[in-house]
Design a binder for this molecule. Sequence first.
Ligand code: UT7
Length: 335
Amino acid sequence: MYNSKIIGLGKYLPDNVVTNDDLSKMMDTNDAWIQERTGIKERRWIKEGTGDTSAVMGAKAAKIAIERSGLTKDDIDFIVFATLSPDYYFPGCGVQIQDMLGMKTVGALDIRNQCSGFIYAMSVADQFIKTGMYKNVLIIGSEYHSGGLEKSTRGRGVTVIFGDGAGAAVLSRTEDNTKGILSSHLHSEGKYAEELTVLGPSIKHWVPEILEANDPDDTSYYPYMNGTFVFKHAVARFSEVIMEGLVANNLKKEDIDMLIPHQANLRISQFIQKKFGLRDDQVFNNIQKYGNTTAASIIIALTEAWEEEKIKEGDTVVLAAFGSGFTWGSVIIKW
Ligand code: UT7
């Protein structure tokens, strides 16, 4: 058995900064409410005409990750792409990466697990490497939320939270079983699927039906979130799945050098930090700058933490996420 190790990290955020004050010009909201409830000060939203999409941003982040890995695109054996905002209904964004980066005709897989998408993507890539099937796997998390948000007072409960961006990592085979991804832990509870969802267009609620109804109150094609319900489940599941990862590796809370939680809400991260008795320098948050970028949030945060030299060789790094599905998971890494 092999282990897989991160050998390259990259991120891409659109230039266009949207502050809370900018949002208050579009809807009835304000900086104080957003900061107090979520910790978010600003987010990036793709500006029309830039050509950025989930796949395009993913390709930009991937190029950086591959370059930093010291490999070339021709060394990559497989692509895993996590997003809830793909460029097309189908096919997924993974195949676009194969084309955009001019890669060999390697396999490409899209992951539909929303906020825990990157955790699932890492786990899938890790299994391919552990079994020996692939040596180098490119994993990407990317989201173009802003194009699909309702930018009015009706949508404010969701719209102020989400941002656009992408991150990527190259996972590579290592024969040192004490390093790299030690374990991953994945969960789902589908009975809550409609607590955080975009209902349509879907095969159950297809375009002609939506157009024919012409119902101004039909918000089914905008994201819906039962915020307080999701919040309660998030804090419980985050804690459980981090603990599950620690126990599986005979680790204790005190062994965590860096926790990178999915950036859903600064209040959730602070709750987890307190629960695990971690210092500020043991938890990385950047939701203040980027909002919630769903499948991209963990990999953007991991890349930024690494760029800022907050992660060093030998550190125990814990990644954890919770979101729509519900799905949740954790990954324990020895850096
Ligand atoms: O990443 C996937 C997982 N997602 C999460 O984990 C998110 C979990 N949930 C949350 O982060 C929080 O529930 C939110 C930030 C989404 C909402 O915070 P909340 O404290 O649960 O607020 P609320 O939805 O209960 O709304 C409180 C009030 C309401 O007004 P009334 O009914 O009390 O008069 C809302 O209409 O705040 C109002 N409100 C707003 N006011 C100003 C909702 N959105 C806004 C807004 N600006 N943007």
